[in-house]
Each structure stands twice: as C-alpha cells, then as structure tokens.
Design a protein around this ligand. Structure first.
Ligand code: PMT
Length: 400
C-alpha cells in the first residue's frame, strides 16, 4: 500500500524483539510514510538510536530533553501522529500505559495521543499468560486500542509458547488495513486504464530506441487509483518498478505497437484512461534479425512513425474520461493545450523538463493541469502526491 502522507509514531520498549522494528520502519519508509520513533530508556539496551534514526530518517528520542538541552515535546509528537504503535510492548510498559504510570517519554507521549493506538506485546510465555497481563490487555482494549497478539514459537528464553512479538509484516499489514479502511473509496465501481513507462523499439536483437521514463509516475497513479477502490489496468513498458497493491492488473509490453494493442483490449471497459507512458514516436522501419556489425563509419537507420496511442484513444472515445500527459522543453503551455485539442482529451497534465525535479526518473514531479476551461498549477511534490492531485482533479471533473 502507498503510505505517502501517513504519519506513524513508533514507541519501542525494552525487549529482545526490538531488533525486528528495523524491518518495520524500513517497510513503512519504503511505502512513503513518515516515521517518528521514540524509545524507553531500557530499549536502548536492545537497539541503538543511530540504527533506528538512520532508517526512520528522523532523530530518535528516549528522554524529555536532548543532550543540547532542547525539550523533546511528547505533546507535539503525540498530536502529529496518525497512528501510534507500541512495539515491542513489554509487560512493564503495558502496565504503565493502562495504569497511567507516567515515568518516561514513551508513556507521556502515549497519554497525550489522540490517534488510534496499536499494541504489539512481546514477553516470555508465562508473563504473557499471567492474569495481570491478560487484565492489562483487556483494559487496553477497553480504551479502544488495537492489540496485535503475540505469536506462538520459540522465545528468547529457549521456551516455546505464545509471547513472540508479531512479525513486522503482520504489524505492517494491520496498520495498512487500518489506513485502507479509512481511505474513501471514491473510485469504487470505476475502471481506470493507465499506460506507464517507456517503449523500446528494436533496432536489432541487441539494441533499441528508448527513453528515460522509469514508470514511477504511472505506477504511483495505479497505486493511488487502486487505493481509491478502482479496478486498475496498468499497461507498462519496460521498468523495474514494483507494485505494492496486488489488485492492480499489470500488463507488460515492450514496443509502442504492443502497447497500442494491449490498450485496445481493455479500452471499452475503461471509465478513465490516463496516458503517462513516454511512447517512442518513431521506430526502425526494419528490425535486423542479426546484430548489426560496425563495418562502416556511418550507420543510417530509417525510422517510421509509431501509432499515436493516445490520439487513437481520443478518436475512439465513447464514454471514457481521457487524461493525457505532455512532456515539454519549450512553449510548454501552448504545446500542452495543442495536445489537449488534437488528441480529443478531457484533461492534460503538463510536466516540463525545465523545472528542476520534474519529469523523468525523479521521485518528484511538478505539474500543471489544463482542461478546455481550467488551469491549475501545483508545487514540486513526490510522484505519489502528484498522483493524488491528478486523481482529485479527475474526480472533481467527473462530479461536474
Ligand atoms: O516514468 P517517469 O520516469 O516517472 O516519468 C514520467 C513521465 C515524464 C514519463 C510522465 O510524467 C510523462 O510526461 N509522460 C508523457 C511523456 C510523453 O511522451 O509526452 P508527449 O508530450 O510526447 O506525449 C503526449 C501524450 O501522448 C502522452 O500522454 C503520451 O503517453 C501520449 N503518446 C505519445 C506518443 C505516442 N506515440 N503515443 C502516445 O500515446
């Protein structure tokens, strides 16, 4: 799931399972979340602030004051968070939480939090089975907190039983399911067809004509549309991007012609079409069957025009809301508006290679959106957030 824009507060208490938190933080960061970690003083015996802050990309606090005398505001951190996770949550920390024994930064932050709280207990099996732990977990549940139960297995003591902290994947899934349940399914019932990435046009079995598109923009759009409840069909040229959301239907293609054919397998069923692919405008007229040898000083390759996939979509448009992209280096607005008209689009997203951080490969983009009557300009943002802006705009147009 794309967690971009989500703020996750992780409180680590002193148990051996603390080492697993590295994997959880890395996963959240990879998915675009912001992570703030705090620790009980005892947790520092198990993991270092350095390793946690390297992964979370933020300072990690275990006391109310830092060495330089600045106050680490538990209130600010608590109110900042969309969710708070206490993992591993030891018997001691759990007891302090439910009885309001506020003697460290973690408990003070927890008691200031207004967001949903998730607890991943970790302790030895007899401690986990103890009536006081059971009562404390029940109390935590009665406060509205969500318990991610400890798992069965081998424990640090060598004993086998229930007490191991849930695996990071299970904790991550619980948090993602929670965010998913709070995301409005504004595209439920819609089918979104997206083209992404470059196309490669073969010269011979070894070489091709291509471009710098990484596929990031199109994949971000696919993830966001899927999170909003749409059925997503993603048709992508060669890319190393990986999908988080298993519901997205990915079709891999190589050349513009293959992309065209794939698009028209699904075009009729699409409600929204978004063409973010950087399609090669020309392809070699002949593809050599063997590797071309470098015998001469000059080599001329005759190129022929590729089909314009988006224009064909525009020409055959029936009920679809059609979004094109324009990648420009000069006369940007004029060219983008020209493409809006010529390709019979409902909306076009302009990105200019003259804007730093925009266009190919970067994790960021800076866009302007045009319709026949409107223009909207956006700041430089992550491609995940640009995808949100684009889909918000599409939705606003569909409501008209
Ligand atoms: O993949 P990334 O590294 O994240 O980069 C994202 C991006 C820069 C590729 C993306 O934001 C973008 O701008 N995509 C469109 C690139 C492009 O080819 O623009 P264009 O102005 O040449 O084409 C205009 C539109 O026609 C585009 O929607 C394009 O998909 C479409 N087209 C173009 C030629 C063609 N033969 N068939 C098409 O469908």
């Amino acid at each position: 799931m794309n967690l971009s824009g989500k703020k996750i507060l992780i409180a680590i208490s002193g148990g051996i399972a603390a080492y697993k938190i590295h994997f959880l933080i890395r996963d959240f960061i990879k998915k675009g979340a912001e992570v703030q970690a705090i620790m009980t003083p005892d947790a520092e015996n198990f993991v270092t602030k350095l390793s946690i802050s390297t992964l979370s990309k933020k300072p990690v606090y275990s006391d109310f004051y830092s060495d330089n005398g600045t106050w680490n505001s538990h209130v600010e951190m608590a109110l900042w968070a969309d969710v708070m996770i206490i993992a591993p949550c030891t018997a001691g920390t759990l007891s302090k939480m439910v009885h309001g024994m506020c003697d460290n930064l973690v408990i003070a932050t927890y008691m200031s939090a207004k967001c949903p709280v998730f607890i991943a207990p970790a302790m030895d099996l007899d401690m986990y089975a103890h009536p006081s732990t059971k009562r404390n977990l029940e109390l935590a549940e009665s406060f509205g907190h969500i318990i991610i139960p400890a798992e069965n297995g081998e424990l640090a003591s060598g004993l086998v039983g229930q007490g191991r902290m849930s695996e990071p994947e299970t904790i991550a899934k619980t948090i993602e399911d929670f965010f998913n349940s709070t995301t409005k399914k504004t595209l439920e019932g819609k089918t979104v067809l997206i083209t992404a990435g470059p196309t490669y046009e073969a010269i011979d079995p070894v070489r091709f004509i291509g471009n710098h598109s990484s596929g990031k923009m199109g994949f971000s759009l696919a993830e966001e549309a899927s999170e909003r409840g749409a059925k997503v069909i993603l048709i992508s040229g060669p890319t190393s991007q990986k999908l988080q959301n298993k519901n997205i239907e990915l079709h891999k293609v190589t050349s513009a012609k293959e992309m065209l054919h794939k698009v028209f397998e699904f075009y009729d069923m699409a409600d929204i079409g978004i063409a973010s692919a950087a399609v090669a405008d020309y392809a070699p007229k002949e593809v050599a069957t063997e590797k071309i040898k470098k015998n001469d000083d000059n080599l001329t390759i005759e190129l022929v025009k590729n089909p314009d996939i988006l224009k064909t979509m525009g020409d055959k448009k029936t009920h679809q809301f059609l979004v094109g992209f324009a990648l420009e280096t000069q006369n940007e607005e004029e060219n983008a508006k020209g493409k809006l008209e010529k390709k019979n689009l409902d909306m076009i997203v302009l990105n200019s290679l003259r804007d730093e951080g925009a266009g190919f490969k970067n994790d960021t983009n800076k866009i302007k959106i045009f319709t026949q009557t409107e223009k909207k300009e956006f700041e430089l943002k992550s491609k995940d957030d640009v995808a949100k802006d684009i889909l918000d705009f599409v939705e606003s147009q569909l409501l008209k």
